[in-house]
Design a protein around this ligand. Structure first.
Ligand code: NAD
Ligand code: ZN
Length: 368
């Protein structure tokens, strides 16, 4: 599939097809100014895919120059940003050049930010290799690094010129990461697409078990949804793009409480966050208990966390709610919250009382 992203002034395509990684060279070639490509990746991705990608560049007469960074969230740092920038400058990369980001969301966010500021902005190509990056972070132009003050607090909007998503890349991705990315797939169904949530209920297990057709379909459907949302609201000013944060306010609090690491991956936090958003919506009388039950049943059925006690947090609801206050999405003291009227009927509730959220979380923390 080829999905256009209709950003005013900077439109681009997301190509989704099995085998794209092994043909990366020919797809990137038209965007390169010279017979040389600079590729930023991490050590895990390089271990599995460097050879095939290098060969694809060689076949079209392009020499590839690689910067292989450590894997992991801590790579989205000032230190690595400086390293990437200096490396690119040493190679005399110009505004008209295109950098290739090959990896998950960490590499995409860091490389995209480096591209945004190098010579005040050069081009970059996203080749996402995790499900999360394919369905979410590689599309839409949000780039960032983390700082001691928090995650993604320094960054820029900078759109790629091309995105290549190869479902076969996921063959080497650990199942836990595939699952975490799958949470963001389910999110698109819950936001505004009940038939797609139904598709997930029927096909989620197959997708996680490695079925290529299911993976390709889910990626294409998710990218189309993301493309539609970011085209409508590129800079998150119209209240549309904010819908993509469904499950993220709860999820972010859980990530903060567990230290933003391996204990709870981002997608795992989002999965549980969506269950909590559904249950909180039901508690507020907005959504039926039956619909909320469908959300938690599906999340649990694919092996993602669906209830709080399983995390063994040892904190109370107030403490979790306090993490939400530090979320950068907080607006003038009000807590904007994405709630649901039903499956596929997410909306932005502007003024949710934090005390209600804390009381709800206290109940959830002891729920069997
Ligand atoms: P990641 O980039 O750390 O990748 C997860 C792990 O998988 C890493 O260990 C990586 O080395 C490994 N890996 C990647 N591809 C592989 C492959 N094909 N085979 C084997 N191993 C592979 O994490 P992620 O989950 O892709 O992304 C998380 C990041 O994305 C976070 O920093 C988050 O803030 C960011 N994010 C950004 C946006 C956005 O709009 N820009 C949206 C959502 C998330
Ligand atoms: Zn997310």
């Amino acid at each position: 599939a080829v999905i256009p992203v209709a950003i005013a002034g900077a439109p681009y395509e997301v190509r989704i097809e099995a085998g794209l990684l092994a043909q990366a060279g020919e797809h990137c070639r038209p965007f390169l100014r010279k017979d040389r490509a600079v590729v930023i990746t991490d050590e895990n991705v390089a271990g599995h895919w460097r050879e095939a990608v290098t060969a694809s560049f060689d076949r079209v007469g392009v020499a590839s120059d690689w910067l292989v960074l450590p894997a992991g969230e801590s790579t989205k740092s000032w230190e690595q940003l400086a390293r990437v920038s200096d490396w690119l400058l040493e190679r005399e990369v110009e505004r008209k050049d295109c950098i290739v980001a090959l990896g998950g969301g960490v590499i995409g966010d860091l490389t995209g930010f480096a591209a945004a500021i190098l010579k005040r902005g050069c081009g970059f190509i996203q080749i996402p290799t995790t499900l999360l990056a394919q369905v979410d972070s590689s599309v839409g132009g949000k780039t960032a690094i983390n700082t001691p003050a928090g995650k993604n607090l320094v960054g820029a909007f900078h759109q790629p010129v091309l995105v290549l998503a190869d479902p076969l890349a996921l063959d080497t991705l650990p199942l836990r990461d595939v699952r975490a990315g799958y949470a963001e797939v389910v999110k698109y169904g819950l936001i505004d697409d009940a038939p797609f949530f139904q598709w997930c209920e029927a096909n989620g297990a197959k997708l996680l078990a490695g079925n290529h057709a299911a993976r390709e379909y889910a990626i294409a459907h998710s990218v189309a949804a993301k493309a539609r949302i970011v085209a409508a609201d590129e800079k998150e000013t119209a209240g549309v793009r904010a819908l993509l944060n469904l499950g993220h306010t709860f999820g972010h609090a859980l990530e903060a409480e567990t230290g933003f690491g391996d204990r709870l991956l981002h997608g795992e936090g989002v999965a549980l966050g969506m269950v909590l958003a559904a249950r909180f919506s039901a508690r507020q009388g907005l959504m039926s208990g039956q619909d909320a039950g469908r959300v938690s049943a599906h999340i649990a059925s694919v092996g993602l966390p669906a209830s709080l006690p399983a995390l063994g947090l040892g904190c109370d609801g107030r403490r979790l709610a306090d993490h939400m206050l530090h979320d950068k999405k907080m607006d003038a003291g009000m807590l904007p919250f994405l709630l649901m009227r039903g499956i596929g009927e997410t909306f932005l509730a502007k003024n949710v009382d934090l005390a209600d959220v804390a009381a709800f979380l206290d109940e959830e923390l002891v729920r069997a």
